[in-house]
Design a protein around this ligand. Sequence first.
Ligand code: NI
Length: 182
Amino acid sequence: MAIREIIRMGHPTLRKVARALHPEELNSDPIQNLVADMVETLQDSGGIGLAAPQVNESVRLAIIDMPGGPSRYGEIPSLPLTVFVNPVIEVLEDETAGYWEGCLSIPGLRGLVERPQHVRVVSLDLEGQPFQLELTGFTATVFQHEFDHLDGRLYVDHIRDMRNLVFEDMLDSVSGDLDLPD
Ligand code: NI
């Protein structure tokens, strides 16, 4: 296992639509090593999600690990480390909420993004078996953010008012009157 370099906004791989994985590929050394390295890289970064394109591998694979409790996003619900292969998101309710999102590929910045708050995820696991999750609130936002990476989208693409793109250490100055998770 190894910690891989997380590429930053401006790298062309972050703007590509990643290719789907064949279930037969999942057992291969390159994919197994990629997942192991992504887990180590995510744990080293202190983030809660990492998509393969962020380590310059343009395949539809992402991991999410929300330990729960206090984090740089405030108090968050817990979700054990899960691997998603070829995930698809379906919006179940149009109601949105805004969170100050950050991204390991855009270090130092946070932006206010509105997203639907009730979604279903249909995905394969690393054994190629299908599974589903239904998600609400901040967790729904996290999944939409991560899976956007598989389509070459970054959270900054969703910011409606660029005054709501700020340096992380300035967040306290702007977030006072906004609806933040706590
Ligand atoms: Ni990101």
